[in-house]
Design a protein around this ligand. Structure first.
Ligand code: CO
Length: 494
């Protein structure tokens, strides 16, 4: 048999193992009973081990080489290119190190959870030290030119360096801080809080209306509930998204659903041939996040969207009749510096990322000790957002990422916002009547653009290549700064 056929069969099999791990993961984060946690960790380890062993075996490398030497169709060429890139990168880390990290992060996660609950950073510190040590070793195995942090960043956003992130941050911070100052002199939107309850079942119905409008395929996917919303893909026909409900605020789940459905539409839009397994089928976390941010902030937080969705909202929650559509839109875009990243508005969100980037970079590069984290966190909160947490639970302990060894992950959230603005700018140029289409509820118009320009390419191109190909230039933060200034000046009537 031709080696490309054998290679593709191997990829399919790895995909099956990955899908098993993903399904276990989905279940763990949604409906799994608490007592299953111990066994579940073992099952997931087993599924991961099967996948990693098969993928990182010498034989996979031999098959890649043999396939490259044969005759390939354009699609096959792309598949080999993607698999080879991931194979080379993942082989650099010894599998023993993968396993050790898995064990240490499982312990660190539990320590973090207890520390957060008891507001006691010292309970987390020793476990974090151990995770950091392994991450530094992995950075050394991966290799880097300037600093260990670059190697970690490259795992999530291939091609970008810490120094480049730093050059983005300075002007971005200046823009956002300036904008916050402007907004102080503007008309702050009122928050419309009707003294009504919003039953979960009705909120679910509202979310499903949104999914229908977005063309999220509910026969190839599903919306369920999770304390920390996420999206996970088993196969092109099984993309699970999640949201969480607040019975006093139907927009909390709606915006969460918009975000995750943005991730989900991306996964559903990847051509079947290029959907190898979810983790290696898109260029980066930043590009993935550009899709979720586009739908969450670019669409569902836009006035055009509410022109079409407001009547649907009234059908389910007539209490909003008292609120004009423009006021509703303004209230969904109220800006307020706050302590918790996941609850932050569009303007302050990136400031939360900046302080995390600075801290984790120094931490990984060995420039600051773990013991200084709480103090450093509070200092930076004060300088970036002008507020300070009174407890570590609301401060340095709020995010799960570091306990899981995800150093270099946070900047991808910021990059997602920047990519999204740059893509949107091009989309508007390509589709002059985009605004009218959204106001009429024809969301297939922006979706089709995303399918053609982004989703269809799977993981063929690196993030930088994709951005350049789609928009004609490299990452340029002016698209985001222009967008955010003009949007919020309008909302605050400046
Ligand atoms: Co996201």
């Amino acid at each position: 048999m031709m080696s490309i056929k054998i290679l593709r069969e191997r990829i399919r099999k790895i995909g099956h193992y990955e899908a098993m791990a993903a399904l276990l993961d989905w279940d763990q984060n949604t409906y799994m009973p608490a007592k299953a946690a111990g066994d579940r960790a073992l099952l997931m380890e087993e599924a991961t081990r099967l996948s990693v062993e098969l993928f990182l075996a010498d034989q996979t490398g031999e098959l890649i080489e043999a396939a490259e030497a044969g005759t390939l169709t354009p699609t096959e060429k792309n598949i080999v290119k993607i698999v080879k890139r991931e194979y080379i990168k993942n082989r650099k880390i010894p599998s023993e190190s993968h396993v050790r990290l898995k064990g240490e992060t499982a312990r660190a996660f539990e320590a973090w959870r207890a520390a957060k609950e008891e507001n006691d950073f010292s309970r987390f510190a020793p476990a974090l030290e151990k995770v950091l040590e392994i991450c530094r070793e992995q950075a050394d195995s991966l290799g880097y030119q300037n600093e260990p942090y670059d190697a970690m960043l490259d795992l999530y956003e291939p091609g970008i360096k810490a120094a480049e992130v730093e050059t983005i941050i300075r002007p971005l911070q200046e823009c956002l801080t300036g904008l916050l100052g402007d907004l102080d002199n503007g008309g702050k939107p009122d928050v419309f809080t009707p003294a009504a309850a919003f039953p979960l079942q009705l909120q679910e119905e509202l979310n499903h209306q949104l999914l229908k409008l977005m063309h999220f395929d509910l026969e190839g996917g599903q919306l369920s509930t999770a304390p920390h919303p996420f999206t996970i893909t088993m196969s092109p026909g099984d993309v699970r998204i999640t949201t969480r409900y607040n019975k006093h605020d139907p927009f909390s789940s709606l915006l969460g659903t918009a975000h995750e459905a943005g991730h989900g539409l991306y996964e559903q839009g990847i051509p079947e041939d290029l959907m190898l397994w979810s983790e290696i089928s898109t260029p980066s976390l930043g590009i993935h996040e550009s899709q979720s941010r586009f739908w969450e902030n670019g669409i569902v937080r836009s006035l055009d969207f509410w022109k079409c969705f407001y009547p649907r909202l009234l059908e389910i929650f007539p209490v909003f009749k008292q609120c004009k559509v423009e006021d509703l839109w303004r209230s969904l875009n109220r800006v307020e510096p706050s302590l918790i990243r996941v609850e932050a508005d569009e303007v302050t969100y990136n400031l939360h990322i900046m302080l995390r980037f600075e801290i984790e970079r120094e931490l990984l590069n060995g420039k600051v000790p773990v013991s200084r984290l709480p103090e450093l966190w509070n200092e930076k909160m004060k300088s970036y957002l002008g507020i300070e947490p009174s407890t570590d639970s609301e401060g340095v302990l709020q995010d799960v990422h570091w306990s899981m060894g995800l150093f270099g992950y946070f900047p991808t959230y910021m990059l997602g916002n920047l990519y999204s603005a740059q893509f949107s700018h091009k989309m508007v140029k390509d589709i002059p009547d985009l605004s009218a289409a959204v106001a009429e509820g024809r969301l297939e118009v922006p979706l089709q653009w995303l399918r053609t320009n982004i989703h269809n390419h799977g993981n063929i191109y690196q993030p930088g290549e994709l951005v350049k190909m789609v928009t004609g230039e490299s990452l340029n933060i002016n698209y985001f700064t222009d967008y955010i200034k003009s949007k919020y000046h309008e909302i605050y009537r400046l």
